[in-house]
Design a protein around this ligand. Structure first.
Ligand code: PLP
Length: 384
């Protein structure tokens, strides 16, 4: 290794600074009853999904051997993209290695310097990084504030294209974006609507394709980004939209072109995941019922739970170190819960991000809400 002393000391100091303010992160393997997994429907462990992937590895090999534009192209990717687009009510779709890469592509490829993009202040880091890679003018609006947004759009003058970027179910707050209002606003102002469905795809809507389907605004959406490592249980992500736009991604999206295609077995796993979502709609119903049950139980025990009805339920603690303490008490009791701290969320809003999944049952959820209430009380006692 050759580097200067000063460099190593600088890096070590940065980590110590994090330690000092209680913000140092540790990689931790989950143990116990999970209330932090994004595998909402249990598809990562579903026998049909696992079997299809295992068969595909034995048939097609471990890796894809190249970029999709070179040796990585496969019939199974093409078939899956067509199926996904149909499900989503879009003309076409393109499969990426991850949601992060898909968001970099969607935002950096279409946004040009004369454009203006309106972005919700709580948008995911991958959306923000995509915006950073573009030279378009950025206007950040207060979380889900339709009034502020409409004022900003009205006032903005551009010769280029206007874009609105939002998540549908927000990843750290679990609340739903006002998509029907956004659709009306975008239609009236020729603004292109881009929706990240990371926590809605597979969960919301009659067919399970997301909140766009549930609200019925497919016609008003330019692009949807659909990470497939959460409710779909596997990994990768689909960008869905009009054919002319998806074709342009193939020409220009650097995170698509300059990256090895995902292992082919992922396509088979996702095809099986879509089969399960079609065949077992009761998984979605169960998830939403359990989520409502946990929200009710937390509110009954006096906790401050923000509005919403999704499977993501934040319990705001405020201070980061306090959130970590509460989490430790719960982990000792066998619950896998995690504290979310800045920069994932705004300073002073550290929280437990609880996420419900179908492997839980009502009794477990009630027991957990009691344990959480006691942990919060115990901590309040210590602090006093
Ligand atoms: C998780 C997430 C992503 C990134 O998807 P990955 O497939 O995990 O890279 C993008 N957007 C949102 C809102 C997310 O929650």
């Amino acid at each position: 290794m050759s580097h200067t002393h000063e460099f190593e000391r600088r890096v070590r100091n940065h980590v110590e600074e994090l330690e000092d303010i209680g913000m140092r992160r540790h990689l931790q393997i989950g143990r116990g009853i999970s209330l932090s997994s994004n595998d909402y429907l249990g598809l990562a462990a579903h026998p049909r999904v696992k079997q299809r992937m295992a068969d595909a590895v034995l048939r097609d090999g471990a890796g894809s051997t190249g970029s999709r534009l070179l040796s990585g192209q496969r019939e199974s990717f093409v078939r899956l993209e067509r199926r996904f687009a149909r499900w989503k009510g879009a003309e076409a779709a393109l499969f990426f290695g991850s949601g992060y890469l898909a968001n970099l592509a969607a935002l950096s490829t279409f946004l040009e310097p004369e454009d203006v993009v309106f972005s919700d202040e709580l948008n995911h880091a991958s959306l923000i990084d995509g915006l950073r890679l573009s030279k378009a003018r950025k206007e950040v609006f207060a979380h889900q504030d339709v009034y502020e947004l409409s004022r900003l759009i009205e006032r903005s003058e551009t010769r280029g294209q206007k874009f609105l970027v939002t998540e549908s179910i927000f990843s750290m707050d679990g609340d739903e974006a006002p998509l029907s209002e956004y659709a009306v606003l975008c239609r009236a102002t020729n603004t292109a609507l881009i929706v990240d469905e990371a926590h809605a795809v597979g969960v919301m809507g009659a067919k399970g394709s997301g909140l766009i389907e549930e609200i019925g605004i497919g016609q008003d959406v330019f692009l949807s980004i659909n990470p497939a490592g959460k409710a779909l249980g596997v990994g990768g992500a689909f960008v869905a939209g009009p054919s002319w736009a998806i074709d342009y991604l193939v020409q220009r999206a650097r995170s698509f072109i300059f990256s090895t295609a995902p292992p082919p077995a992922m396509a088979d796993g996702l095809d099986a995941a879509l089969d399960v979502i079609y065949d077992e709609p009761e998984l979605r119903t169960r998830l939403l019922n359990l989520s409502v049950r946990l929200r009710e139980a937390l509110i009954e025990r006096g906790m401050d739970v923000p509005a919403g009805c999704s499977q993501i339920i934040p319990v705001i603690i405020g201070d980061g170190a306090q959130a970590v303490d509460v989490v430790e008490i719960l982990q000792i009791q066998g619950y896998d819960v995690r504290a979310i701290r800045p920069p994932s969320v705004a300073p002073g809003t550290s929280r437990l991000r609880l996420s419900v999944n179908v492997t839980l049952d009502e009794e477990t959820i009630l027991n957990f809400s009691l344990a959480l209430a006691e942990a919060l009380e115990q901590y309040a006692g210590v602090a006093a």
